[in-house]
Design a protein around this ligand. Structure first.
Ligand code: NAP
Length: 279
C-alpha cells in the first residue's frame, strides 16, 4: 500500500513559513493578475489565488477583461504594471481569449516580475540551470513534494508525460537539473506502456482521465498526478487510475489534494521571492 502524498498538508506548512516571513516585512509583496478569458476553471483559480494572497497580507489586484478586449489594451496594462514599483508580480492567467497573442504578452512582462516563470528569459535560465527569477509553480511544487517525502531524484529513471510550456517541459528541466535521467513523452509517443513500465518516478500531466493503469507502472515506483479534469458529476479526476495503482506503487498523489495545493503555495512563494529580489 502506497504512501499517499499529502499536498494539502505540505502546502499549509509552506504557507505558514511564508506567513512568518511576510509578517516581518514592513512593506508587503503585491501581485497583479490579468484575467482575459471566460474559462470557469481560470476564474476559480484566480479567486483562490486572490484569497490566498489576501490571507498572507499581500496586495492583490485582479484585472478582468471582456471578450471585446484588444491586444493593445493588454500591452498598455502590462507596460503600466512593469513600470509600477508597487507591483512585484504579474500573472497572466492562461489561456487567453483566442484572438489574443499570448506569446507577445508573455514576452512583454518584465522577467523580474514574471511570477509564473513563463518569460523566455526565465525558461532559458531554467533550461541552462542558471537561477531564473521565478520557476513555473506546478513543477516547482512537485519538486518540493518529492523533497518533503525524501524521495530520491538523483540518477532515477523518470518520465514526464505531457510537454506543455506550463508543466511538462519545465518539469523535465527541473528533474534534469536534479540529476535524474529524464524521458519526456507526449501524445505522439509510441508504446507509452512500454515506457512507463520501467520508470522509478512518473509525473503525468496530460488531462486524460485514468491514462495510467496498474499494469503500466513498475512495482514500488512513485506516481505524481498533475491532471485535473472535472467529470459530469462534478468530481475531479486525475490522469492516474488511483484506486488500482495505489496498491502497487510506493508513493502516489491523490486528485484533488496532491499537486494542486502546491501550485498556489508556490505562486505565493514566487511573489515573496520576487519582492525580495526587487527590494
Ligand atoms: P496541455 O497544454 O493540454 O498539455 C497536455 C500534454 O499532454 C500535451 O503535451 C499532450 O501531447 C499530452 N498528451 C495528451 N494526451 C496524451 C496521451 N494520451 N498520451 C500521452 N500524452 C498525452 O495541458 P497542461 O496545461 O500541461 O495541463 C495538463 C493537465 O494538468 C490538465 O489536466 C490540467 O488541468 C492539469 N494542471 C494541473 C495543475 C495543478 O496545479 N494541479 C496545473 C496545471 C495543469 P501533445 O503535445 O502531443 O499534444
Amino acid at each position: 500500500m502506497a504512501t499517499i502524498i499529502d499536498g494539502k498538508k505540505v502546502s499549509i506548512e509552506l504557507l505558514k513559513e511564508l506567513q512568518k516571513k511576510t509578517d516581518k516585512l514592513q512593506k508587503k509583496p503585491s501581485i497583479a493578475v490579468i484575467l482575459a478569458n471566460n474559462d470557469d476553471a481560470s476564474r476559480i483559480y484566480v479567486n483562490s489565488k486572490e484569497k490566498q494572497a489576501n490571507i498572507l497580507g499581500y496586495k492583490s489586484m485582479v484585472y478582468k477583461f471582456e471578450k471585446t478586449v484588444k491586444q493593445e489594451e493588454l500591452i498598455e496594462l502590462i507596460n503600466k504594471l512593469n513600470n509600477d514599483s508597487n507591483v512585484n508580480a504579474i500573472l497572466l492567467q492562461l489561456p487567453l481569449f483566442n484572438h489574443l497573442n499570448e506569446n507577445e504578452l508573455i514576452e512583454l512582462i518584465n522577467p523580474i516580475k514574471d511570477v509564473d516563470g513563463f518569460h523566455p528569459l526565465n525558461t532559458g535560465k531554467l533550461y541552462s540551470n542558471l537561477n531564473p527569477f521565478a520557476v513555473c509553480c506546478t513543477p516547482k511544487g512537485i519538486i518540493k513534494l518529492l523533497d518533503y517525502y525524501k524521495i530520491d531524484i538523483t540518477g532515477k529513471n523518470t518520465l514526464v508525460i505531457g510537454r506543455s510550456n506550463i508543466v511538462g517541459k519545465p518539469m523535465a528541466a527541473l528533474l534534469t537539473n536534479r540529476d535524474a535521467t529524464v524521458t519526456l513523452a507526449h501524445s505522439k509517443s509510441e508504446n507509452l506502456k512500454e515506457i512507463t513500465k520501467t520508470k522509478d518516478i512518473i509525473i503525468s500531466a496530460t488531462g486524460c482521465p485514468k491514462l495510467i493503469k496498474k499494469d503500466m507502472v513498475k512495482q514500488n515506483s512513485v506516481i505524481i498526478d498533475v491532471g485535473i479534469v472535472k467529470q459530469n458529476n462534478g468530481k475531479l479526476m486525475g490522469d492516474v487510475d488511483f484506486e488500482n495503482v495505489k496498491d502497487k506503487v510506493s508513493y502516489i498523489t491523490p486528485v484533488p489534494g496532491g499537486v494542486g495545493p502546491m501550485t498556489i503555495a508556490c505562486l505565493m512563494e514566487n511573489t515573496y521571492e520576487l519582492f525580495l529580489k526587487q527590494n
